[in-house]
Design a protein around this ligand. Structure first.
Ligand SMILES: Cc1cc2nc3c(=O)[nH]c(=O)nc-3n(C[C@H](O)[C@H](O)[C@H](O)COP(=O)(O)OP(=O)(O)OC[C@H]3O[C@@H](n4cnc5c(N)ncnc54)[C@H](O)[C@@H]3O)c2cc1C
Ligand code: HEM
Length: 839
């Protein structure tokens, strides 16, 4: 699901504020004490209790002083001067220089921090420098004017990034907390978001004068350290850290599956069903109660339930992600047993046949997938009435929107009864909940696998990379974790196989660290402190477009309100559930807490025909919850997902600290993608107009759909749906021979004998719906294909695993070994023939 914009405290207090108060506005403001003029953004108190301001002044011209500014923070204070206010110099929270400020007695304290994911940020170890110019404190706010040097380019132990003020605008993030920072630091609980800052408005020729007066000396372009992150001095670790954990048992396995998520669990189960020995390695801790998970609120103590089991707590990941979210990616993903299937909202869709037919290669068309699909749905059925009494709770939101769609001629369907019908239809939401609790692969495939003697599950153990000689994988190297294993675990000699199911971010990272991917990414790994010295030699790198073709549903949030609708506080249910709801849930799994937060539905779909001849799918997912700038308790957010047919693609990269980041967002690069999003909104506006009581909040009634869409920043924080796919594309056109695919139709990585990828990363393009049921189906299908390869020669003819000198090693229709003997490398001769040539 799309990330909700949780403004818990603001929401609870929303009745105290005008629902249509200004959201964010920029103006020029001159500070009376210093006479410094700032371009200033004001975030009003409907967004964050007490409001917040941030302003900045930049040197008169873009030059060598790109890396500094004079800033203004006006943060809100609660009684006793409590509260911290923070900004992100890169806009998003992860991979960015964060600055926090709070009151300490008569003074203001500041701290630079840095986080590689949506987890507690560490103290920043780079050289950003803050000089305080002036401050004031009263009962409700503090104000700080500061000079920030080396703040637009940052380097945290080799993870570099920057947002220099050299373009038209910059994106800045803000966050506030109602209390002073704790140790360890806790997530902001008084709102967070981003805004755009117009660079030209912040520039001022008087900057040098201000700096000489207040900023600790004149700064001239020549004496300022340059702004490129590579040239800024930083404290990078002296050497690689060693694995912390227990030595791995010396056992070999026919299959090692890396990552126990939507793809990994079913593939591991099906492979173990064949009698082969299978090891499933998961880097995260247990999640559900049935797997001895322990993370839970007080009211679940004494039960076998955790936060992951209870549908009504599924959004807790957006409130408290520490220990759950992956720490090495700049997006949200679950790094716990079950991966996304442990933390998601559990929407569970029968695949749309055209999704397979349009996107996937031969062997993966809808007719090919039918058997796998029916196996998946017989093991994991769907329900659109998750409460055990068969009732649906608080359906006012569904009713309001459904009445508009019906009035406009949209058809009501039961989506999973007619998966192919996805144009101008609406439906209740199907989930993979079972007996009022989270079901899915964790409650089915993993249970059957676990019961087999030939299956092992290692949790809290991260895999560092695969170990390979040329294209032949002999095992995996472990990275330990919270009590996990270190060392190497091998696959059965000659016939063993490794399957990467670590998700779009995790599998891409493992491929990079294993020397498989574009040279520029592998070079980053090779230059890293952690892997540089031990990475596979560059002569053995396999050049495939891993990390390219990144896609995600393009999200656009609209908001309406209607007096019939009312917000149920699923977030409050974490610490203080309504007693009767707690009781009915605990005693018989009935009531609203058996439904996903925050009241998801209706779901509705439309197809938009593009001028490029492509029919694009839109899925709308409504929920009873406002999104900024709306705060009213009667609001509903309708998230539009642009899916099948989208033609924009992005890139997933790795940085020097070996964290993954979206280096190019996959959103709205083509006019036809933009047009589809706009047209979908216009069509919905027409439908909503049929019910007079519905009031538009976003876009505001006087804003056109196109202006609105053009005004929403195309950043991951604003546009993501958390349905990342595509970075190890499946296809018959090997990228080694001029094509675009990373894995073949058996999911085997081109150029390797026995390395497979089975997870969201193999999708060539996006689909209509939320993807987890498709990914489980891919797990089923891939297992059949991999098993059908047999064991000799890993499916290659002749039983040999390496091609000899000057022998064919790849090409159209070629099925033989793709790895060359020592001293030779597989090189493209022409578009259908590659051969082993001396290195
Ligand atoms: C908040 C949220 C809500 C969502 N809601 C829905 C929804 O309602 N319905 C839906 O269909 N989809 C939803 N999705 C998307 C869906 O859950 C994912 O697309 C899906 O889980 C991806 O499957 P996967 O197998 O590719 O990866 P994942 O399920 O992410 O599994 C990857 C696993 O690999 C592990 N791993 C990673 N690296 C390593 C390593 N080096 N060593 C060992 N283990 C490793 C991870 O810890 C993880 O367990 C949601 C996603 C999020 C984040
Ligand atoms: C334990 C500490 C923290 C955790 C677990 C955490 C987690 C999160 C999460 C989950 C989001 C996404 C919210 C959403 O989209 O609904 C987010 C956003 C954000 N956080 Fe944090 N956060 C923490 C601390 C901080 C700190 C100290 C700052 C300092 C400035 C900060 C700045 C931001 C900003 C600017 C955003 C909005 C931009 C974005 O979504 O990337 N966070 N945080």
């Amino acid at each position: 699901m799309r990330n909700p914009h949780i403004m818990k405290s603001a929401l609870l207090l929303s009745s105290l504020f005008t629902p249509f108060a200004r959201a964010q506005t920029g103006d020029l403001y001159t500070d009376s004490k210093t006479n410094i003029t700032f371009w200033r953004e004001t975030i009003d108190s409907a967004q964050t209790k007490g409001g917040m301001q941030w302003g900045y002044a930049l040197p008169g011209t873009a030059s060598g002083t790109n890396d500094e500014y004079i800033g203004l923070i006006v943060g809100s204070l609660q009684s006793g001067h409590k509260g911290w206010s923070g900004i992100s110099h890169g806009g998003g929270m992860p991979n960015s220089l964060l600055l926090m400020a709070w009151v300490d007695g008569e003074n203001i304290k500041t701290e630079f921090r840095y986080a590689s994911g949506y987890v507690a940020p560490d103290i920043y170890t780079g050289n950003a420098t803050l000089t305080q110019i002036s401050h004031s404190i009263n009962d409700t706010h503090f104000s700080l004017v500061y000079r920030c040097r080396w703040c637009w380019a940052w380097n945290q132990n080799g993870a570099t990034s920057q947002q220099l003020p050299t373009g038209d605008s910059q994106v800045i993030g803000w966050a506030q907390n109602l209390d002073v920072p704790s140790n360890p630091i806790r997530e902001h609980n008084n709102g967070q978001a981003q805004f755009g800052a117009p660079v030209a408005s912040a520039r001022n020729a008087a900057y040098t004068e201000w700096v000489s007066k207040y900023g600790g000396g004149v700064t001239t372009p020549t004496s300022t350290p340059t702004s490129t992150p590579t040239s800024t001095p930083t404290s990078t670790p002296a050497g690689p850290t060693t694995c912390v954990g227990t030595p791995a048992p010396t056992q070999t396995f026919d299959y090692i599956v890396v990552g126990a998520g939507a793809g990994g669990i079913p593939v591991a189960d099906k492979l173990s069903e064949s009698g082969k020995s299978v090891l499933l390695i998961e880097k995260g801790p247990p999640s559900l109660g049935r797997w001895n998970g322990t993370m839970k609120p007080k009211w679940l103590e004494g039960t076998n339930l955790t936060r992951f089991d209870v549908p009504g707590l599924c959004n807790q990941i957006w409130v408290d992600s520490a220990g759950v979210a992956c720490t090495d990616i700049d997006q949200m993903a679950g790094c716990v047993l079950g991966g996304g299937t442990a933390v998601n909202a559990a929407l569970w869709w029968k695949p749309v046949p055209l999704d397979w037919d349009y996107n996937f290669p031969a062997g993966w068309k809808s007719a090919d997938m039918a058997a796998a699909e029916s196996r998946v749905f017989s093991r994991i059925p769907w329900t659109d009435h998750p409460s055990m009494d068969g009732k649906l709770y608080k359906q006012e939101g569904f009713d309001v929107i459904a009445s508009a769609l019906a009035a406009d001629g949209w058809k009501s369907v039961t989506a999973n009864d007619v998966p192919e019908q996805k144009n101008r239809v609406y439906s209740h939401t199907p989930f993979m909940y079972s007996h009022g609790q989270r079901g899915g692969p964790l409650a089915t495939y993993l249970v059957s696998a676990y019961g087999r003697k030939n299956f092992q599950l290692w949790m809290n153990t991260a895999v560092r990379r695969v170990i390979r000689t040329k294209g032949h994988i002999t095992g995996v190297e472990l990275d330990g974790g919270n009590g996990g294993y270190c060392g190497v675990v091998n696959v059965t000699a000659n016939t063993g196989r490794v399957i990467l199911s670590a998700g779009t971010f995790g599998s891409t990272k493992l491929l990079y660290r294993s020397g498989i991917g574009p040279k520029e990414e592998l070079q980053v790994v090779s230059n890293s402190v952690q892997d540089g010295l031990s990475m596979i030699n560059s002569s053995d790198w396999i050049d495939l477009p891993v990390g390219r073709n990144l896609n995600d549903h393009v999200n656009t949030d609209l908001v309406i309100r209607h007096p019939n609708v009312s917000f149920y506080d699923f977030y409050g249910a974490w610490s203080d559930p309504i007693k009767s709801d707690e009781d009915t849930y605990l005693s018989n799994r009935t009531g609203i807490l058996a439904q996903s937060a925050p009241n998801i539905g209706p779901m509705f779909w439309e197809i938009i025909n593009g001028t490029d001849g492509i029919a694009r799918s839109l899925q709308w997912q409504a929920r009873v919850e406002p999104s900024p700038p709306a705060t009213d308790n009667t609001s509903m957010t309708m998230s539009q997902y642009l899916g099948r047919g989208s033609t924009s693609r992005g890139t997933l990269s790795i940085n020097g600290a070996l964290s993954m980041y979206v280096s190019k967002v996959p959103y709205l690069h083509t006019q036809e993608d933009i047009d589809a999003v706009v047209k979908g909104i216009e069509n919905l506006q027409k439908a909503i107009a049929k019910v007079p009581g519905i009031i538009w909040e976003v876009p505001a009634p006087n804003v056109t759909a196109r202006d609105f869409v053009n005004g929403v920043p195309v950043t991951a924080a604003k546009r993501r749906s958390n349905h990342w796919i595509g970075t190890a594309k499946i296809g018959t056109d090997s990228a080694l021979t001029g094509g675009t695919s990373v894995v073949d139709t058996n999911t085997k990585v081109y150029g390797t004998d026995n390395l497979f990828v089975v997870d969201a990363s193999i999708f060539p393009g996006h689909i209509v719906t939320n993807p987890s049921a498709y990914i489980v189906t891919i797990g089923e299908q891939a297992a059949s294909k991999i098993l059908a390869l047999g064991t000799t020669g890993n499916g290659q003819t002749g039983g040999t695993t390496m091609a000899g000198a000057y022998k064919q090693c790849s090409g159209r229709g070629y099925k033989g070994p793709t790895t060359c003997i020592d001293g030779y490398t597989c090189k493209v001769w022409n578009s259908h023939y590659s051969l082993c040539l001396p290195n």
